[in-house]
Design a protein around this ligand. Sequence first.
Ligand code: ADP
Ligand code: MG
Length: 298
Amino acid sequence: MPSTEHAASPGLPPGGERRKIDLPPPGRERRRGEHRAPLAATRRPSAPVRDSRETVVEFRGVSKLYGPGGVGLERATFAVRRQEMVFLVGPTGSGKSTIMRLLIKELEPSEGRIRVAGRDLDTIERKKVPYYRRNIGVVFQDFKLLPTRTVYDNIAYALQVTGASRKQIRSTLPDILRLTGLSTKLHNYPHQLSGGEQQRVAVARAFAGHPPLLLADEPTGNLDPETSIGIMQLLYRINRAGTTVLIASHDNEMVDRMRRRVIELKRGRIVRDEASGLYGAREENTDELGERLKRETT
Ligand code: ADP
Ligand code: MG
């Protein structure tokens, strides 16, 4: 997915009124069922907290044709509820990125309907799209960091373009750096970081504005297995703190080990949608997940 603008859309609520990031430290995560405010309430702080099973993403019969013979997606129907962590799997060319790009309105569907937090994306005017995108954090396979800026500035810049003041940025950044394990790296430039650290910066940037929805397109595609575990743990922690997370991956083993819902695509069609291992499985905290992933990774 191109465009640094999307990468830098960190999800500040439109209107400038910012809540302080309220991620609990590791070990003090919210339990499932203990939710943060829904998307609509992010815009209107006084809105009542709605049903936690509320649908965040809804695709109904969505197709995307890229021209003659180029099928990106074919009649895809699925829904993702608040606080779910869902994996999109399937071989290269199966339509995973197409779903991501439709969600950030970088593409328009050829047919069908897409809703995010109840809002039909078709009804969002072009000029309002940047505001809409502030509700969605996006992480890419190739990090897409600004090479001439430090870790701190990469994250700060993403907040700045959404209108956050210096003061707001200064008060927000330490939390997000701590969450992502980057507190000692804030003065480093991207080329001074490992791939895993660079991806942490990208996750920090995507999550800095605390968006209710986070998309990650092959976030571990360029990373070794051990580093990938760290990134998955981080995404899991963000999910447990209340953010709905959608991850495209073709690392089937990693996806199986995560024991979350899996939507499988083949040539643009959904061929499987199952909550594998999710129901009945004991809820793990982030440390437990990391330990298990390390044990099960050979
Ligand atoms: P994935 O992310 O699963 O690898 P994509 O969503 O990128 O798959 O692509 C799905 C299909 O759409 C592929 O056949 C791909 O070639 C096609 N496609 C994607 N982007 C374009 C484009 N800009 N123009 C033409 N075809 C495209
Ligand atoms: Mg892709």
